[in-house]
Write a protein that binds this ligand. Sequence first.
Ligand code: ADP
Ligand code: ASP
Ligand code: MG
Length: 463
Amino acid sequence: MIVMKFGGSSVESAAAIERVAGIVKARVERRPVVVVSAMGKTTNKLLAIAAAAIAGRREEYIPQLHDLRDFHSRHARQVVPLEHRAELDRTLDEHFQELTELVKGLAVLGELTPRSIDAISSYGERLSSYIVTLAFRHFGMTAEHLDARHFVITDRHHTKAAPDFPETYARLQAAVPALAGRAVVVMGGFIGSTADGVTTTLGRGGSDFTASIVGAGIGAEEIQIWTDVDGMLTCDPTILKGGHRVKTISFAEAAELAYFGAKVLHPATVVPAVEKNIPVLILNSRRPEVEGTRIVSDIVKCANVVKSIACKRKITLVNIHSTRMLMAHGFLHRIFEVFDRFETSVDVVATSEISVSLTIDNSERLDEVVAELRHFADVDIETNQAIVCLVGDNIRYTPGVARRVFNALNGINVRMISMGASLLNLSFVVAEADLFRAVEGLHGEFFASLDPEVFERNGAVHA
Ligand code: ADP
Ligand code: ASP
Ligand code: MG
């Protein structure tokens, strides 16, 4: 068995779904279990509808609901056999009626709870998985749909629920392998439910995580993440084009890149895969012939120091100065207790005798955090910062990396620098306005020559 996960852009239209059907059909002998994301930007659209509802903007959310129904119907009709059209229409009607009731309920309440966000955003994957199942039948496969919410059992932490692995694995094991023997199994990613059946989600980008949970649960031989790029690239293509494909990378390196912003992989994806030692592949659904990236448990020998550069934008830098001249013991404890209490996670930290600087990427509760910190420290805030993170297992063994970094940055002001505790990353903070220049300089420095065993050169640059 293999798990094949297709992201939003891989199922964004009838043509994309047809491509997916072709990819799956060509691998049907490997008994694929298919995990799909919501079609295109559906999750964002659902969240926008919820936001319009609680603000009482009926003139917005009613047409948005119609558009979303129309979008699903229009594309689905092209990939669903004639004899299933009536069933399709009925199911779409049911789902959109339910969704509309829910949205109207929100409009009355004027309040959006994490639980209702999950209820609403779950419709994306519920619809896409159903449509893809019908499409697979249309393209000549035997396909069965499973409601992921009956299998992925989570805690009650709505909008970023954590799976109950033993329960989830037991449920998957009991149903999926037997079914996969006679049909292509299709499930929605991202969604789950609590033990008592309340819908939850695993957090944005969570379908990758579902794929890995399912893969570990059924003991798959491989977990394939099909997306819209050729694999893990040496830099984030939304910042700098022309990155090279990384052919092989270790779980530890991939996890670090994902954590520091490489959106191509949800950070939790590697956890179940590592535990069961299942290789994860990143592949391009528009160019299935490209080998992609293979993520494996072994260290990957490489002549380059750095495997890839990840970036996180919209970072806030928090500088905290002890109001007593010297840092009393317990100072760090007090600081982190505040961040913990307001559920705000910290990425990069640097300390000196009298001050601590740290970065956060979620400033939702920053005002509350700062108010608390000001009881015992001076605090200043800098917004519009970015983290740049170089990842590579060789960083720990190679002297002079920091010198090369500063040379490549060529005068760009670095606000903080940190060698990650895992010793395989070197991260630093720059103003967001300098991000492009920083990545361009670093990419030129660290990827001018490439180990051909590990990288596939992108012909478009450095040619
Ligand atoms: P999907 O909908 O298939 O899950 P995502 O948008 O979540 O796709 O992830 C794919 C995107 O990740 C790419 O289009 C690319 O813009 C972004 N990305 C960021 N960093 C990297 C990187 N190092 N390598 C490849 N893609 C990256
Ligand atoms: N549809 C969800 C999202 O947009 C999950 C995913 O695509 O992985 O976040
Ligand atoms: Mg994704």
